[in-house]
Design a protein around this ligand. Sequence first.
Ligand SMILES: C[S@@+](CC[C@H](N)C(=O)[O-])C[C@H]1O[C@@H](n2cnc3c(N)ncnc32)[C@H](O)[C@@H]1O
Length: 276
Amino acid sequence: MKDLEAQEFKYLRDLICEKTGIFFDDEKKHYLIRRLENRMRTLGCETLLDYYRFLKYDASGKELINLFNVVTTNETYFFRNIPQLMAFKEEVLPLIISRKRRVRDYELKIWSAGCSTGEEPYTLAMLLLEVIPDIYQWKIQILGTDINTQVLERAKKGIYDYRSIREMPSQYTLQYFHFKDKKYFIKEKIKDMVSFAALNLVDTEHMKSVRSIDVIFCRNVLIYFNPESCKKVVNAFYDSLNKGGYLFLGHSESLYRITAIFKLVKFKNSLVYMKE
Ligand SMILES: C[S@@+](CC[C@H](N)C(=O)[O-])C[C@H]1O[C@@H](n2cnc3c(N)ncnc32)[C@H](O)[C@@H]1O
């Protein structure tokens, strides 16, 4: 019985990895089962194998969306990892902006890949406002994408509790939020700068639709992926970036052993990958 369950777990985790890039190792078995329990109960699946079969043969693809919503980890907050954000604001952005000004190119595209409930792309919007005084003459696009449709709905609403703003310097809370009934409502000015869309990073075809990006933030996403999926995603990022564009990974994440296509640049505040 035990062996059978272990085998069922392997089928399911391989399917999850194929569809999302996220890898659950043997130690995470019970953690994964806990996350799937509700879905299995709703569908009347008694074993992992029942659920695996349901997923595999569900032609509508709808259960996959439910799966994505339960297997992802969505922890995030405003101003996560301030040294990296300072590298973006004080070093990377000025470089890109002055390069673009020289050739009268006033378009800037920033992508938060794996944006969860939106705190990251909204943080980037606040920083852009500080760095580009003539921002209204620019065509700025900040795109937030995620595989989890539930977090994207929350991102679009832009309503947060204290947990999300806990690390944000208070001047930004005062400037860009309304506070009511213990909730922080992001102001329209910031909301209007960001658009959100569902996108699965391991969907190679869909990834090809994202092009001409100047800076990608993909922080605390690839830590959950297996090395093959990481490589696939990072190669797709390379294709999405403009020449001279930058890729920010989480501060504990690295492309060491994954790929050497990016140049690692050491800024005062942080290490950042660049497409030469
Ligand atoms: C821990 S959060 C990180 C949020 C934010 N980038 C940050 O650093 O605070 C990871 C996010 O990656 C998303 N994610 C996981 N696998 C994904 C995939 N294959 N495609 C797109 N997003 C994915 C999850 O849904 C989750 O919202």
